[in-house]
Design a binder for this molecule. Structure first.
Ligand SMILES: *[C@@H]1O[C@H](CO)[C@@H](O)[C@H](O)[C@H]1NC(C)=O
Ligand SMILES: *[C@@H]1O[C@H](CO)[C@@H](O)[C@H](O)[C@H]1NC(C)=O
Ligand SMILES: *[C@@H]1O[C@H](CO)[C@@H](O)[C@H](O)[C@H]1NC(C)=O
Length: 782
């Protein structure tokens, strides 16, 4: 046994005759040339490196470390790796599935199963969703760096492709798959197979008709330009032709005036001739047309599919809100049991879960801390079989990834079950790892009376937890806290508490000794118990905040919404999922935002509508994780009540008209080879109870490629500031529940009007590469 593996393990080569090998090599070179040209990376050295491939040591456990050959395939998108299990032929993954490539021993596996000295040769490939990461060791530091940088470059390049390039690349790879005998020709049966691969079921007659139309040479096969023609017939967008035709009526092309006309009349945008010229300059692919200052249909489609023309107002993708209000005037993207990758009972804990949440813009993460061995506190879900990670590893990961997506402050919510000794270790780690980024004293001179703003706290960490005394004590003459006992912060205790009632609870709650070092780090987010809104208003300071279990919070939000909103005008509230949600499911965050609650913590690792809505809420304002509440939720005297909806500034009754026109390239959801999507679209509105509504189109049978609905819906929206719109595509199933295909959720106020493409996200919130919806939106004052 050789623990590090020998890197020159012989690799099996298929035995081929010389002529056949030459032919195969030639075809393969041609395929590579075509793919690399499509993605604009012909001759790129990083691409060449990956196509060449090489041996890497794959690490799965202390004993399972094996050398495997990895290489990028001809489509420039699929990575193949050799497997010893011959029955598992398909050991591949797509570059599209890579979430990140991380240099060094950054995964639990590499930290556990390898020695520190291999650090510089290690890297991990992290996948989107729940696929396990791939832990690898290269033979040298240079090689590891080359793998990491080449993979990163390719992933970023594929992400950067325009919609059109993505579609072309995707169709090309389907064509290659359809061409079973790899002779660069498509037979009629291969064409039918191709239609299935691109998720479109055409009648045999129609397929034959298309085939004949393209087979100009009458050879019985489609080759080269004939395949190109088939592709053009398939990707025709009639609805785009109609819109373009309307504005290109005089000359057959759109000129600058036509573009301005289109933008003002249809898209309801302010536009000048200057804007029109910029669009031509930026999007027209045909140099001759561009020179004549015209926009062709291809150029028009390029523009319509670009982020600046999508349904989401592109001005809102930057930080556009006032960030200088007190912190509690914002909704804050927040996660619950952040360390968990799966469920709350036996799933793994991982620092990767913190990295993912932070990269999604999450600004409040939770650390469930317990005593560990060797004086090192650990994080896991107490009393369960979830695996453990070191507290210091979590803090290191948080420090490294906190400000990559957003500059605004991160709250570390501590659930502390540790002994005083290990609490001191926690305080020490946070001090030494976070350093000056950790807030350890109030900002400014003297005792503050309100929260600092996200702007003032840029790049900073705030600790939320128990504190022995009032913050005012900092300014009093040195006065020792006389009592180091606090009640333990434990969400699971709250279960019993509610059952047993007020009296029993006081005596029952576990007492915990709190280390002064840790207590002193709690500045702006001191956890206290909630004894009603009146008590809070009279007895609590702004920095004393309560956590509410979802059930309790939803009750308050229904029965005393206005009191809750006023409470949240000068304090912070945190909401967390019920302990009974052991499957890590979530709850609807919307009613709690309606009640002004800021930290509405969700299980980020779980794919569900609630997370989609959370992602939609925080999609705007530069994905900063902070969304400013409307003015009527920042005023102590507000009369706003989301349920009774009396007259006031919040009431801006609008009518939303949505036409679902068509969809493009919906992915197959059912893995069964013969199945084709029967798509339908649901339009959902979330917000105050009066605004909640849902409408759906009919299902279109057997067409995920270019279904068209042209169905109209109308919604009344009373409080647009709090409303969100969700587009959900499902695969209709008459015998069981419909299957999820993709969705997109955005704030009502960030909708753009007119003809718009809607991107689609998969269950995990990642973009579906070439899929989309095409809709028409109109919002009018009712
Ligand atoms: C979504 O979560 C469920 C369990 O909650 C899981 O079975 C499923 O595989 C997940 N889907 C994706 C795409 O990760
Ligand atoms: C992706 O696009 C960005 C911005 O347009 C550019 O800076 C970057 O170099 C591109 N990356 C690749 C790999 O093409
Ligand atoms: C404020 O606290 C005091 C002392 O604990 C208590 O007696 C009083 O009832 C509280 N005020 C309210 C409004 O609950």
């Amino acid at each position: 046994p050789d623990p590090e593996g020998t890197m020159n393990c012989p690799r099996r080569q298929p035995k081929l005759g010389r002529a056949e090998a030459l032919l195969r090599n030639k075809r393969s070179q041609k395929a590579i040339q075509l793919s690399s040209k499509l993605i604009g990376m012909e001759g790129d050295p990083d691409l060449q490196f990956l196509l060449q491939g090489g041996d890497l040591l794959k690490v799965r456990s202390p004993s399972w470390k094996k050398t495997r050959y990895f290489k990028l395939q001809e489509d420039c998108k699929t990575v193949w790796h050799e497997s010893k299990k011959t029955f598992r032929r398909k050991q591949t993954f797509s570059l599209d599935d890579i979430a990140a490539v991380r240099m060094g021993r950054q995964s639990e596996g590499l930290r556990k199963y390898t020695e520190e000295q291999v650090e510089i040769r290690c890297f991990s490939i992290m996948f989107k969703g729940r696929r396990k990461n791939l832990d690898l060791i290269a033979s040298s530091e240079e090689e590891a760096k080359q793998w990491v940088s080449s993979l990163e470059k390719m992933v970023s390049r594929l992400k950067n492709l325009s919609c059109q390039q993505k579609t072309e690349h995707w169709i090309l790879s389907c064509l290659r798959k359809a061409d079973k005998n790899k002779d660069d020709k498509l037979s009629p049966s291969e064409v039918k197979n191709f239609f299935r691969l691109i998720n479109i079921d055409v009648e045999d007659e129609y397929a034959e008709m298309l085939f004949k139309k393209c087979d100009k040479s009458n050879s019985g096969y489609l080759t080269g330009e004939e395949i190109q023609h088939l592709y053009e017939l398939l990707t025709q967008r009639e609805e785009i032709d109609v819109i373009y035709g309307e504005y290109a009526r005089t000359t057959g092309f759109m000129n600058s005036e036509n573009i301005v006309d289109f933008l003002m009349k249809e898209q309801r945008e302010k536009a000048t001739l200057e804007d029109a010229r910029r669009i031509i300059e930026k999007y027209e692919p045909d140099e001759n047309v561009k020179e004549k200052k015209l926009l062709s249909k291809d150029g028009f489609l390029m523009y319509m599919q670009h982020p600046e023309a999508l349904i989401l107002n592109s001005d809102h993708t930057e930080v556009y809100q006032d960030m200088s209000q007190p912190l509690n005037h914002y909704f804050i993207s927040s996660s619950h049991n952040t360390y968990l990758m799966e469920d709350q009972l036996k799933g793994p804990s991982s620092t990767e879960a913190y990295i993912r949440a932070l990269l999604k813009g999450c600004r409040c993460v939770e650390l469930d801390c317990w005593d560990g061995s060797d004086d090192e506190p650990v994080i896991y879900h107490g009393y369960t079989l979830t695996s453990k990670i070191l507290f210091k590893d979590a803090i290191k990961a948080i420090k490294e990834y906190a400000f990559k997506t957003s500059d605004y402050p991160v709250i570390l919510s501590l659930e502390n079950h540790c002994s005083v000794e290990q609490q001191k270790v926690m305080a020490h780690h946070m001090n030494s790892i976070l350093g000056s980024a950790l807030i350890t004293a109030p900002l400014g001179q003297g005792m503050p009376t309100e929260f600092p703003s996200p702007e003032e706290l840029k790049g900073k960490f705030l600790i939320k937890g128990k504190r022995l005394n009032k913050l005012e004590a900092i300014y009093a003459s040195e006065e020792a806290a006389d009592n180091t006992d606090v009640t333990e912060e434990d969400e699971s205790n709250d279960e019993d508490e509610e059952k047993e009632g007020e009296q029993a609870k006081v005596g029952k709650k576990k007492k915990l000794k709190l280390a002064k070092e840790l207590s002193d780090m709690v500045i702006y987010c001191k956890s206290v118990h909630f004894h009603g809104f009146e008590d809070a208003a009279q007895n609590l300071s702004f920095y004393e905040m309560s956590s509410f279990k979802e059930g309790k919070a939803v009750g308050l939000a229904e029965e005393s919404a206005n009191a809750f909103i006023r409470h949240n005008v000068d304090k912070l509230s945190r909401i967390y999922p019920a302990g009974t949600r052991t499957d890590s499911s979530n709850y609807d965050p919307v009613p709690l935002w309606n009640a002004g609650c800021q930290i509405v913590a969700l299980n980020f690792q779980t794919n569900c509508t609630d997370m989609d809505v959370n992602q939609g809420r925080f999609l705007v304002n530069g994905k900063s994780g902070y969304i400013l509440k409307p003015a009527y939720m920042r005023d102590l005297a507000t009369d706003f009540d989301p349920i009774t909806l009396t007259r006031g500034d919040w009431l801006k009754h609008k009518t939303l008209h949505v036409m679902i026109i068509s969809a493009q390239q919906l992915p197959k959801v059912n893995k069964k080879k013969s199945s084709i999507v029967d798509p339908l679209v649901k339009v959902e509105v979330f917000g105050v109870p009066a605004d909640v509504a849902e409408k759906e189109t009919n299902a279109i049978e057997n067409n995920g490629f270019n279904p068209a609905w042209n169905e109209n819906f109308q919604f009344d929206v009373y409080v647009p500031d709090l409303a969100l719109v969700r587009f959900l595509v499902e695969d209709h199933d008459s015998t069981s529940d419909n299957e999820f295909v993709g969705q997109y959720t955005l704030p009502f106020n960030s909708l753009k009007m007119g003809y718009r493409h809607v991107p689609l996200l998969n269950k995990n919130g990642d973009l579906l590469p070439s899929a989309g919806l095409f809709v028409h939106i109109m919002v009018v004052d009712a």
